[in-house]
Design a protein around this ligand. Structure first.
Ligand SMILES: Cc1ncc(COP(=O)(O)O)c(C=O)c1O
Length: 401
C-alpha cells in the first residue's frame, strides 16, 4: 500500500472531523434557522426549541436533568468556569482545591491563577501509569476543601481514572467531616464523553466538562454539567443566557451538531469502542515487538479504547511526528495545546519519566475512520523511521541494530 495520495489521521484526541451525518443535520441552522434564542419571534423560538432539545439529548446521555446542563464554547471554558466559578462562590466556606498533576493545561492554569488569588491548591500524586489513588484524595481533603478536580481520562496517555471510587470517597469524607456543604467533585470528561459510559449519579459527580469536537461534532460547543444545588458564580455577565451562568448569544449551530454527535455515540459507542480496542491493541503489540527501546505510556488495560502513547529511547518525539507526516501520517507528541512548547509533557514527568525520556514521546490516537490497513501501514513505516532517527540522534546511547 502506498500512502502517496491518502493521508492517515491518527490524532483524534486533538480533534475529530465532523461526522457527515452531523454536518447534514446542522446546515439548516447556519441558514434558515439562525434565530437568536432570546428573541420572541418565530425565528428565535425555533432556535430556542432546538436548543432545549439539544440540552435534553446531552443531559440524558450523562444521566443528568435538563436544568443541570449549560452550553459553553469549549472544554477550556467549561473547566475555567468549574474551577473559578466554584472557588469564588464558595470562598466563605473554604479556600482549598485539589487537582491531579496530569490535568489538561486549562485546569492546571486555572488552578495556578486561583493560587495567585489566595486559594490553596493541592496537587495529588499519580502512579507510574498515571492513576490517582482514591485514598490519597481522601487524605488530602480537609475542612477548607471546596472542590476536587480529577479528569475522567487523560488526553495524552489515555489512562482512565477510578472516578466512581473517587466520587464515593469524596461524598463519604464530606459526611464524616460534617461540612456545611459537600466537597464538590469536578471531572473533565472531554476525552471520554461518547467513548466510554458515564453516569453522573452513579459516579457522584457534581460538575463535568464535555466537548463536541472530541466526539465528531463541530468546534465551538461544549457543556458543563452542574448538579442542582451546587454554588457557582458565572465568569461571563450579560444577558443572562444559560440560566444566568453563561451570558452571550447562544451559538446554536455547533450546539445542534454536538447533540447530533451525542445521538450517534449513544447508538454506536459500544461497537465502536470494541472495534477500536482491537486496532489499539494491535498497534501497541506491533510497536513494542518491532521496535527495540519502545515503551508504552499509560495503563496497559485501564485506557481509552482509541489511545496509544509511547516513548522511544534516543529519539525526539517531534522528529518522529515530522517524519510520519512526510509519509502521510498525522500524529502528535502529546497534547495539541502543548505540542509547540519545547518543555517535556507535565503528564509524562508526573509518571516519573526523566525529561529526556519524556521528549521521546509519540501519541497515536485512533477514531471512527481508522482502518486496519492504516495500522498496518504505521507498523511498516514507524520502525524504519525510528531506526533512521537513531542513526542521527544526539543522545549518547549507540544503537547496535
Ligand atoms: C481532557 C481535555 N480537557 C480540555 C481540553 C480543552 O479543549 P478545548 O481546547 O477544545 O477547549 C482538551 C483538549 O485537548 C482535553 O483533551
Amino acid at each position: 500500500m502506498t500512502q502517496k495520495n491518502k493521508r492517515i489521521y491518527l490524532d483524534y484526541a486533538a480533534t475529530t472531523p465532523i461526522d457527515p451525518r452531523v454536518f447534514k443535520k446542522t446546515l439548516v441552522f447556519l441558514r434558515e434557522k439562525f434565530g437568536n434564542t432570546m428573541s420572541l419571534h418565530s425565528f428565535g423560538q425555533e432556535a430556542k426549541e432546538a436548543l432545549e432539545e439539544s440540552r435534553k439529548i446531552v443531559a440524558d446521555f450523562m444521566g443528568a436533568k435538563v436544568n443541570e446542563v449549560i452550553f459553553t464554547s469549549s472544554a477550556t471554558e467549561s473547566n475555567n468556569l468549574a474551577l473559578k466559578g466554584v472557588a469564588f462562590a464558595n470562598k466563605e466556606r473554604g479556600n482549598h482545591l485539589i487537582i491531579s498533576p496530569i490535568e489538561h493545561s486549562c485546569v492546571m492554569e486555572s488552578a495556578k491563577w486561583l493560587e495567585s488569588q489566595g486559594f490553596k491548591i493541592t496537587k495529588l500524586k499519580v502512579d507510574k501509569y498515571g492513576l490517582v489513588s482514591p485514598q490519597e484524595v481522601e487524605k488530602a481533603i480537609n475542612r477548607k476543601t471546596i472542590l476536587v478536580s480529577v479528569m475522567h481520562a487523560n488526553n495524552e496517555i489515555g489512562t482512565i481514572e477510578p472516578i466512581e471510587e473517587i466520587g464515593k470517597i469524596i461524598k463519604r469524607k464530606s459526611e464524616v467531616l460534617n461540612l456545611k456543604s459537600k466537597v464538590y467533585f469536578h471531572t473533565d470528561a472531554a476525552q471520554t464523553f461518547g467513548k466510554i459510559p458515564i453516569d453522573v449519579n452513579k459516579m457522584n459527580i457534581d460538575l463535568m466538562t464535555v466537548s463536541s469536537h472530541k466526539m465528531y461534532g463541530p468546534k465551538g460547543a461544549a457543556a458543563l454539567f452542574i448538579r442542582e444545588g451546587v454554588k457557582i458564580t458565572p465568569l461571563l455577565h450579560g444577558g443572562g443566557q444559560e440560566m444566568g451562568l453563561r451570558s452571550s448569544t447562544v451559538n446554536i449551530f455547533p450546539i445542534i451538531g454536538f447533540a447530533e454527535a451525542v445521538k450517534i455515540c449513544q447508538k454506536e459507542m459500544k461497537n465502536e469502542a470494541e472495534r477500536l480496542k482491537k486496532l489499539r491493541d494491535k498497534l501497541i503489540k506491533g510497536i513494542l515487538e518491532k521496535i527495540p527501546g519502545a515503551h508504552l505510556n499509560g495503563h496497559p488495560k485501564k485506557r481509552l479504547p482509541n489511545n496509544t502513547n509511547f516513548w522511544f529511547e534516543s529519539v525526539e518525539g517531534e522528529s518522529i511526528v515530522i517524519q510520519l507526516d512526510l509519509l502521510g501520517v498525522a500524529s502528535s507528541t502529546g497534547s495539541a495545546c502543548s505540542s509547540t512548547k519545547l518543555e517535556p509533557s507535565h503528564v509524562l514527568l508526573a509518571l516519573g519519566l526523566k525529561p529526556q525520556e519524556a521528549h521521546g514521546s509519540l501519541r497515536l490516537s485512533l477514531g471512527r475512520w481508522t482502518t486496519e490497513k492504516e495500522i498496518d501501514y504505521v507498523l511498516k513505516v514507524l520502525p524504519r523511521i525510528i531506526k533512521k532517527l537513531r542513526k542521527i540522534s544526539p543522545f549518547k546511547r549507540i544503537w547496535k541494530e
